[in-house]
Structures are given as C-alpha cells and as structure tokens.
Design a protein around this ligand. Sequence first.
Ligand code: GRF
Length: 203
Amino acid sequence: MKKRLAILLSGRGSNFVAIADSIRAGKLDAEIALVIANQSDAPGLAIARERGLNAVALLAKGFAREEREEYDRRLADEIEKNKTDLICLAGYMRLLSPEFVRRYPGKILNIHPSLLPAFPGLEVQQQALDHGVKFSGCTVHFVDEGLDSGPIIRQAVVPVLDGDTAELLAARIIQEEHRIYSEAIALVLSGNYRIDGRRVYES
Ligand code: GRF
C-alpha cells in the first residue's frame, strides 16, 4: 500500500506542489492523503482543491494562544482520520504544541530556507544577508519541540551573490527546496535511515 502524506501549509504552497509533482512523475512513491491549511485563503489550499486532493481549512482564528493544544488536537483528529504515515510541514506558519510533536515522534518533517542551525525563525533570507554569509541554502529536518531544531535529513547549498536581495536569494533557495524535500520524504518513507543523537545516517 502506498504511504500516505499529510501536508500542512499556510500560504503559497510551492513545496506542496513540488511534492505532488514528484509523486505524479513517479519519483516519489507515496500519495497525498490530506492537505490542511490554517488559513482559508492559502493559495496552496486552492491548488490542492484544483488537483482534486482532500483539502481541509482548519482555521486557527478564534483559537487564543493558550488554546494551541485544542487546535492541535483537532489537527491530530483530522490527520488520524485520514490514516497518514508522515506529516510534512510545507510553509506551515504556526507553532506546533509539544503535545502534538510528542504524539508523532519521527513522523513530522519540516523544510526551512537556511542552512540550519544558522538563521532559524522568520525573515530568514534577510537574516542571511544581514549576517553577510557567502552561502545559504535549505534544510529538511525532523520536527522536535524546539524551533527549527530537529535532526537534519537533507541540506542543499546556494551561493549568496553580491547583488542579492532577500527575494532574489529566496528564489534561488526555493528551487533547491523543491528538489530536496521530495528526496528527504522518500528516504524517511523507505525507512532506510537511523538516527544517532542528532545525526541521521542513510542505511
Ligand atoms: C519555504 O521557503 C519554506 O522553506 C518555508 O516557508 C516557505 C514556504 O513556501 N518553511 P511555499 O508555501 O512552499 O511556497
């Protein structure tokens, strides 16, 4: 049986589209069982619907900060109803509660547009430019209870050029994101890896 992915997103959804395209092209042996957005106007949600996927808006509005766990329980209900094997955060701009993260050990992946542990959080490309790094890139990692801090599965490097703006750098990085996210998902679904401390080894 094909492994089933849940994709969580908040915006544009280009990583989600890249994953869907990898599946379509036969490069990733999986199916997208569910796309969840926490914003009803997320363009990625509309694309999921156009593609005939099971797309759900689970609106975070009305949930105060202290109700994060209640929101995440609904998220977990939706995910479990759809019997998914792996949860892929793809531009999901909401912190997950520790309770949610503990419920799915080794089953949540995230993609981040920097070479972690450099520049976690937001406005990542601007952070990279302000710091003056000569290379940046992207990271796919397991999600733990910290911010952009779990064991690293894949990274890709891109140069930072003299004329770069945050937008130009982001455009160079996103191309690599689209490539490595599917590769990392394929590795995790295959089970051909082991984690020793922070290190992820392919086996
Ligand atoms: C990507 O840069 C991803 O690394 C970050 O959020 C952005 C989402 O872009 N977590 P998209 O919605 O996949 O186009």
